[in-house]
Design a protein around this ligand. Structure first.
Ligand SMILES: *[C@@H]1O[C@H](CO)[C@@H](O)[C@H](O)[C@H]1NC(C)=O
Ligand SMILES: *[C@@H]1O[C@H](CO)[C@@H](O)[C@H](O)[C@H]1NC(C)=O
Ligand SMILES: *[C@@H]1O[C@H](CO)[C@@H](O)[C@H](O)[C@H]1NC(C)=O
Ligand SMILES: *[C@@H]1O[C@H](CO)[C@@H](O)[C@H](O)[C@H]1NC(C)=O
Ligand SMILES: *[C@@H]1O[C@H](CO)[C@@H](O)[C@H](O)[C@H]1NC(C)=O
Length: 439
């Protein structure tokens, strides 16, 4: 067990780049609850339904594990709802227990009808009921997704689907739309796009629809535990580009050096935040301002320090620190050369609402600090308070709490008391997630 883990870190340390970690790209690590909502009114011909079927098949036949019969909990359930005047549940979330079953069932469910009315609202409501009915305690953290396939907006007035879509999105369910395009109808496509979460509206005219859908599912699969904020930047499709890292303000004050150790101890992939770009610098400052406990003038430690004379960024424990590159945010007059002042904090130097870097003593200047964790898919499943609400003395595995002191350490050092968050107890031993399942 120890050796593959070590090998992973050696590999990872040789490839770390001067940028934040991307979200995962492995479709076999998808863990979602998805309901497909397919319009089968008379408007949808057999050939349109086959285009939809083949698109879905290509998306899911690329490693995604459908069903729940796997020892690895990273699996995806898929239900199918068809709709016209009314909606029908063709398959609930527990119907399919393998990807093969699902594909066969999918083509069986895609049958044409002669019903001319088509109300997307009915499809969305039935999809919502299917997601709620299939909610499982052990899958509390799995993201819920609806994917709509239709050639029309589907209803106005009473039957307008938008209010329902807005409520679903507000409740955390994410919606993808695929416009089944007959004749490059831009108006209809734009109208349907309002149903989707920003950036998640697609069309059968898109040249890489399968890739777009796979990308959307991978992004929906990449999210932060409760109380953490995902690092995002505006993307060029109107949505947000998500990175696979989460940040959080410490709330408590500590010296730079104590903060550094606190971050490494908090989680195996935790460290003091890095600011590789203006966007990240601004994002972190916004986060600090949003926390009402923090008041101007703002001051907070970041993961920059002088190590052997070189200004360097913190990394995951065991990886090489990264030398500071060209983009810098030093306040005027900084950095000073005093060797004891080797830590860096952001400080609001004047009345203007912005912060810049100032080097400070590593041991004496107590300020809040910003933690960053790099996401691994397992981090989320086993850590969130939603999953199970254990007292501090206990650790959560699946939906049960186990006393920490009954855990011996598999991956950690023999004197390390810590057995929580990214690690969990199984058979009386404390394991790292990736020791058991790989990443
Ligand atoms: C389906 O609806 C679209 C958009 O209103 C229209 O262009 C198309 O002709 C319709 N197809 C059929 C088979 O009714
Ligand atoms: C399968 O996934 C890989 C990696 O995400 C991607 O490069 C490839 O195009 C996908 N293949 C299909 C058929 O979608
Ligand atoms: C179908 O929808 C119509 C109009 O919304 C409704 O009157 C009817 O009862 C529904 N039929 C079924 C079988 O649900
Ligand atoms: C999504 O909707 C927006 C706004 O209507 C539109 O500009 C964009 O082209 C759509 N994206 C795709 C992939 O269709
Ligand atoms: C920093 O360097 C990169 C790569 O050399 C370059 O693309 C970027 O524009 C530079 N940024 C600044 C602010 O000079």
């Amino acid at each position: 067990m120890r050796f593959p883990l070590l090998a992973f870190f050696i590999l990872a340390s040789s490839i770390s780049a001067y940028e934040d970690r991307e979200c995962g790209a492995d479709l076999s690590h998808l863990w979602l609850d998805i309901v497909l909502v397919v319009d089968n009114s008379a408007n949808m011909t057999f050939s349109e339904l086959m285009i939809i079927g083949n698109t879905i098949k290509d998306v899911f036949m690329n490693g995604t594990k459908v069903g729940t019969q796997y020892s690895d909990p990273r699996s995806t359930r898929v239900g199918i709802v068809t709709y016209n005047l009314n909606a029908t549940v063709a398959a609930d979330l527990n119907t399919y227990q393998s990807t093969g079953d699902f594909i066969v069932g999918l083509f069986g469910a895609l049958v044409t009808t002669t019903v001319t009315e088509s109300y997307l609202k009915q499809g969305l409501l039935t999809a919502r009921d299917t997601l709620y009915a299939g909610r499982q305690e052990v899958r509390q953290n799995y993201q819920q997704v609806i994917i709509v396939f239709t050639s029309q907006y589907g209803g106005s007035g009473e039957q307008d689907p938008k209010p329902v879509a807005d409520r679903l999105k507000a409740s955390g369910i994410q919606i993808i739309t695929v416009f089944v395009d007959y004749d490059n109808n831009n108006d209809l496509r734009d109208k349907l796009s309002q149903i989707a979460n920003p950036g998640y509206n697609f069309s059968t005219f898109d040249t890489n629809l399968v890739g777009e859908l796979e990308g959307a599912l991978l992004l929906m699969n990449c999210f932060c535990p409760n109380y953490w904020t995902q690092y995002t930047v505006p993307s060029n499709n109107g949505g947000l580009y998500k990175y696979g890292v989460c940040v959080r303000s410490s709330g408590i004050q500590a010296s730079w050096n104590a903060a550094k150790f606190a971050c490494h101890n908090y989680a195996k992939t935790g460290f003091l935040v890095s600011e590789f770009s203006q966007q990240k610098h601004d994002f972190v400052f916004n986060l600090v301002q949003k926390d009402t406990f923090n008041t101007p003038p703002y001051m907070y430690h970041i993961g920059l320090s002088r190590i052997n004379g070189v200004w360097s960024w913190q990394q995951v424990n065991g990886q090489q620190v990264l030398p500071l590159q060209n983009e810098t945010f030093w306040n005027p007059g900084y950095p000073t050369s005093l060797s004891s002042d080797s830590g860096v904090m952001n400080i609001q130097a004047g009345a203007e609402l912005n912060v810049g870097w100032q080097n400070i003593n590593l041991y004496t200047v107590a300020k809040i600090y910003i933690l960053l964790i790099v996401l691994s898919t397992f981090l989320i499943a086993f850590s969130s308070a939603k999953y199970c609400d254990c007292p501090e003395s206990h650790t959560c595995y699946r939906d049960r709490c186990y006393p920490r002191q009954t855990c011996k350490h598999g991956g950690a050092g023999p004197t390390d008391e810590y057995c929580g968050f990214e690690r969990f107890c199984r058979g009386g031993y404390c394991y790292d997630m990736n020791e058991i399942y790989g990443r």
